[in-house]
Design a protein around this ligand. Structure first.
Ligand SMILES: [Zn+2]
Length: 376
């Protein structure tokens, strides 16, 4: 293989690599988008289960708050009742105090007025009772009654204070529950924001995935079209061109079929396992379509299309000698016509099974391929 051929082959390889790489880039981007979509779905599921758990917590707190509220309402009623009780106890105490004072006043109407004045100037009931302690005439019944009423007042006051303390504890608990609810609600709000964001990301990712798939499909379609176009250009079996002047070169039996070409492959060279020995010689023409010539006078038996030989020409020279010319981009001859030695038969190309512009020149004797150099 010559440098030019190598460059051509490597150019073809680079094209194939690029095509493959672009497919890989699409596939990788699609895989990435799919993976990202799965991750986002997982995150969304986690956020949703967190949301469910937070909602459950809030519901449980709200139900506890309802219970506490019921207790508070009951406590308020108890306190109201206790207040009424206290009011009545105070009225009873006051009644007893007043009636006791009246009885004392009555008892001492004609006694020591100065002492009475002292007694009546008592600042409260306790003070009064202390002073009255010394009044022997005062009935022990009155004293006991007043003390008892005082005790009732104190007891009810204590009960009311206890109830108010319980109420305040319940209020405190309710405040705590409310704070707790606010905290959970904050987390729930954040979770809802996170969920909305995840939903948005999932939507964007899905759109991106669809776009990537569409791009990959478009790229695949373009490739298919390019391949079809390349295949179509390879066929190129209808092109005929007007021949240029005949060219006879060298002193051999044959004139050179492609004098401006250079040898890129010899006869008998190993090509592939299925084609171990090259049946002809290849002349590269540097990517240019250059004239090819009939090696000797004869009759064109084939001038047309072959899937493997592309646009090819087969010339019968008689006496069992046949020449074959393959992979033309265009032909100048038709089957059945006679050609002279050196008459142009076509232009080199890369049609059929070919990887670059060249002429495959094959010589056969009685159907057996022989080395063309024998005749050149
Ligand atoms: Zn060849």
């Amino acid at each position: 293989m010559t440098g030019r051929m190598k460059r051509l082959v490597s150019a073809v390889c680079v094209f194939a690599l690029c095509t493959g790489m672009s497919m890989n880039v699409h596939a990788t981007a699609i895989d990435d988008a799919k993976k990202k979509g799965q991750e986002l779905e997982n995150q969304k599921n986690a956020a949703q289960s967190q949301k469910q758990s937070l909602t459950d917590q809030i519901n449980s707190i709200v139900s506890e708050m309802q219970k506490t509220q019921d207790k508070l309402t009951a406590k308020e009623e108890e306190i109201d009742q206790k207040e009424e009780e206290l009011t009545q106890a105070k009225i009873d105490e006051n009644d007893q105090y007043e009636s006791m004072k009246k009885r004392i006043v009555f008892m001492y109407e004609n006694g020591n007025a100065q002492w009475l004045e002292t007694l009546l100037s008592s600042k409260d009931i306790t003070d009064f009772l202390n002073k009255a302690e010394y009044v022997s005439e005062m009935s022990s019944y009155d004293r006991d009654m007043l003390t008892e009423f005082q005790n009732v007042v104190k007891k009810v006051e204590k009960q009311e204070a206890a109830l108010k303390k319980e109420y305040s504890e319940l209020s405190e608990l309710q405040t705590q529950l409310n704070d707790q609810k606010d905290e959970v609600q904050k987390v729930l709000d954040a979770t809802n924001v996170q969920l909305a964001d995840l939903e948005k990301q999932i939507g964007e990712n899905a759109a991106n995935l669809n776009k990537l798939i569409a791009e990959a499909q478009a790229a695949a379609e373009r490739q298919k079209q390019a391949a079809a176009a390349a295949a179509a250009s390879k066929k190129n079996n209808g092109t005929y061109v007007t021949p240029g002047p005949s060219v006879v070169s060298g002193n051999g039996t044959f004139t050179h079929p492609c004098p401006s070409g250079y040898i890129t492959s010899y006869f008998g060279e190993y090509r592939s396992p299925s084609d171990p020995a090259h049946k002809g010689m290849d002349f590269g023409t540097g990517g240019q379509a250059v004239p090819t010539y009939a090696a000797a006078a004869g009759t064109v038996v084939i001038a047309g299309w072959s899937n493997s030989a592309g646009n090819w020409v087969v010339i019968n020279h008689g006496n069992g000698l046949v020449t074959k010319y393959m992979h033309h981009s265009a032909l100048c001859v038709s089957a059945g016509q006679t050609v002279s030695k050196g008459q142009q038969i076509g232009l080199t190309g890369t049609t059929g099974n070919s990887t670059g512009v060249h002429l495959h020149f094959q010589v056969e004797v009685n159907g057996i391929a022989v080395d063309p150099r024998t005749y050149l």
